[in-house]
Design a protein around this ligand. Structure first.
Ligand code: R5P
Length: 257
């Protein structure tokens, strides 16, 4: 692996633990000013120092994040439809030149396996990988799950494996029962998305299970920034991911914040 690729991956995955706590704040790219991210800068400011890597769009990085921050960024580079449209109708919205200009440590896009435009999103992933690899930039593929798809090992295993086959350096997916089977079938690191806001203890238990079953970290959004104690929650998630804390120990950290 080239120096640049390794260097960027080490800005996402902590070399001491091999894991990552990514904070996902890209939701506005199709949801607009969603709860907790209405003022993205204000939300992210106290969380950023507890974050290994911010998953964010170029517009929000430029306008809401201090460029002096030591936290790396992974750029969401796909988009197109809003929450009112056909979500799988995505294309690449940000160039590689822009990713380099913003000093991104990675770029990420969604694939919509089983949805209307699955073939186009998967071939877009191939093109993005071709271009990003030329500059030593790792690509994160995100397995978007439509309402009609099951969040089960069969579906998520299929989507993650396809992402890895096409060349993603790491994959983001949701937690499901027997998550270890999804991990087993995917040769690149998997980070877990949190999904809709659930009670803190449940989110921490899900994180503990995902890590125990082989996840290489999280790329979590709503269960952190929509929590009543976002700083407590990200510290709790960090303890599980980087220190192997149990959900109960992590809940203590959240409660005391
Ligand atoms: C989807 O909008 C994005 O890819 C999010 O980055 C991803 O779903 C993770 O955020 P959350 O933990 O809120 O699901």
């Amino acid at each position: 692996m080239d120096f640049g690729m390794k260097n960027r991956l080490s800005r996402i995955f902590n070399p001491r633990t091999g894991k990552t706590v990514m904070l996902a704040v890209d939701h506005g790219y199709f949801q607009g000013p969603t709860t907790g991210l209405r003022n993205l800068g204000e939300t992210v400011s106290p969380l950023v120092r507890h974050t290994d890597c911010l998953f964010i769009t170029r517009g929000m990085a430029r306008n809401c994040i201090r460029p002096e921050s030591a936290t790396s960024i992974c750029l969401r580079v796909s988009g197109g439809p809003s929450i009112l449209g056909e979500l799988s109708n995505e294309d690449i919205t940000t160039s590689m030149e822009e990713a380099i200009r913003l000093n991104a440590s990675g770029v990420g896009m969604s694939i919509f396996v089983g949805a209307g435009n699955e073939d186009r999103t998967i071939s877009n992933l191939g093109r993005l990988v071709d271009e990003a690899e030329r500059y030593g930039i790792p690509v994160l593929a995100i397995t978007a799950v439509g309402k009609e798809m099951g969040r089960n090992t069969r579906y998520l295993g299929l989507a993650c494996r396809i992402a890895a086959e096409i060349g993603a350096r790491f994959v983001k997916t949701y937690y499901c029962d027997d998550f270890y089977k999804v991990v087993e079938g995917c040769p690149v690191p998997i980070v877990m998305a949190g999904g809709k806001k659930i009670p803190e203890m449940e989110a921490l238990k899900m994180t503990e299970n995902a890590i125990k079953e082989g996840a290489s970290g999280v790329d979590m959004g709503r269960n952190i920034f929509q929590s009543d104690k976002p700083v407590g929650m990200i510290k709790a998630v960090r303890a599980i991911v980087h220190k192997g804390a149990s959900a109960e120990e992590a809940f203590e950290i959240y409660s005391k914040a």
